[in-house]
Ligand binder design. Structure first.
Ligand code: HEC
Length: 148
């Protein structure tokens, strides 16, 4: 998650944006071949990472990153053992979540191959929801947040 999935998703999410700055609105999108190539590689990485998630016998990383001094698991989060157990007992569901992420990343890849920034932005939203859906089931099902 921390090493492969998160950094690749960040590249996708950061690649398109409308950002209000002092000098006006920045319409950020990949423009050069090199910039498109970079998001393309990261979309492919996400697609492949979903295969890695689906591998039988996948074990959850034992040491999760956390803010210094904050407990692991944080309030609302399952422990590593609980996450592992939940993945094993509902493996088909877990794989379905991984497939949904893969489909979302494939949608991003299609938009990239069309050089379609709007499509890439939309696919970014689909990717985000695919991350969140799995996390809500396996990582922090008991989280209470404003608006939840
Ligand atoms: C198929 C399920 C699944 C999908 C899809 C998924 N995750 Fe996760 N993710 C988990 C689980 C389970 C954990 C908690 C256990 C762990 O840290 O490995 C986690 C933890 C994380 C962490 C914390 C890692 C750490 O070491 O603190 C980050 C960051 C993260 N995910 C980012 C993402 C992003 C970004 C996406 C989408 C692009 C995503 N995840 C998609 C299951 C998923």
């Amino acid at each position: 998650m921390d090493g492969i999935i998160d950094p690749s998703a960040d590249v996708l999410w950061d690649s398109v944006a409308y950002i209000a700055t002092k000098r006006g609105v920045e319409d950020r999108q990949p423009r050069t071949d090199e910039e498109w190539q970079r998001v393309r590689y990261n979309a492919i990485t996400l697609i492949e990472a979903a295969n890695l998630l689906s591998m039988p016998g996948r074990t959850v990383a034992a040491a999760r990153a956390s803010a210094p001094g904050s407990p692991i698991p944080a309030p609302g989060e399952l422990s590593t053992g609980e996450i592992q157990q939940r993945i094993e007992t509902t493996h088909d569901t877990f794989i379905q979540f991984a497939r949904n992420l893969q489909a979302a990343a494939a949608q991003a890849l299609a938009a990239i191959d069309e050089r379609n920034p709007q499509g890439l932005m939309e696919a970014g939203g689909v990717v985000d929801r695919a991350c969140e859906a799995c996390h809500l089931t396996y990582w922090y099902p008991n989280q209470t947040r404003p608006g939840n």
